[in-house]
Write a protein that binds this ligand. Structure first.
Ligand code: CA
Length: 222
């Protein structure tokens, strides 16, 4: 369940989207003008915003500018009838996460909302859906890794090792700890498998990401 704000002045579209979201178990709130939308989006009680561009009071581009200027990182999917490349680019540069041209099918919007919520899980989730540190981002649900936004291919074991490092970013982890977490206790503590895999990660994620702390272990730099 996510709390989704729909900022849309066309009542027909707003209620069609709200109805679909509620049927999927989300909480949907509608704001019919820009200033109300901005207030609600800034309230912090919103997990995702579906934002129309043509709005009374304050248009979607200005709303988005003000939202980002005030430090909000809430994911925003822009809806617009103006199906042009220029508008798409300016919406994305203005801090939108995704873009949907009207008319659209609810299923298309729903798929994009799901994707954005996976990347920014609602704050109520006990377990984070992703981890990030030092330019590395791990999506724990899809098991995908990116470095500076570019996808990096990691084996299952490399991913598991990266996950332990990211969960403990900035802390020194001993070889024994890493061995326990990633390989289990049935591995010979004298094995150099940890060192080998740290080498693999450094090759894929950059040699400076994991520091060797002499006599103690390894540390992922934030
Ligand atoms: Ca409109």
């Amino acid at each position: 369940m996510a709390r989704i704000l729909i900022v849309e002045d066309e009542q027909r579209i707003a209620s069609f989207v709200a109805k679909g979201l509620r049927a999927e178990g989300h909480q949907a709130t509608i704001a019919a003008d820009g200033p109300t939308g901005l207030d609600l989006a800034l309230s912090g009680d919103v997990d995702l915003v579906v934002l129309d561009i043509g709005l009374p009071g304050l248009d979607g581009f200005d709303l988005l500018d003000q939202l980002r200027a005030q430090g909000s990182r809430v994911p925003v999917i822009v809806l617009t009838a103006r199906d042009s490349v220029t508008d798409t680019v300016s919406a994305l540069e203005g801090g939108a996460d995704d873009y949907m041209a009207k008319p659209f099918r609810y299923a298309e919007l729903s798929a994009r909302i799901r994707l954005r919520l996976r990347q920014h899980p609602p704050s109520g989730d006990a377990e984070p859906g992703s981890l990030a540190a030092g330019g590395i981002h791990l999506d724990l649900r899809t098991r995908r890794a990116t470095l500076g936004g570019r996808e990096v291919e990691l084996s299952a074991r490399e991913f598991a090792l990266a996950e332990v490092f990211l969960r403990n970013a900035g802390q020194v982890l001993s070889r024994e700890q890493l061995l326990d977490h990633v390989w289990g206790l049935d591995f010979d503590p004298g094995s150099n498998v940890v060192d080998v895999y740290v080498g693999y990660l450094r090759r894929k994620l950059g040699s400076a990401t994991i520091t060797t702390v002499r006599g103690m272990g390894y540390r992922l730099e934030r």
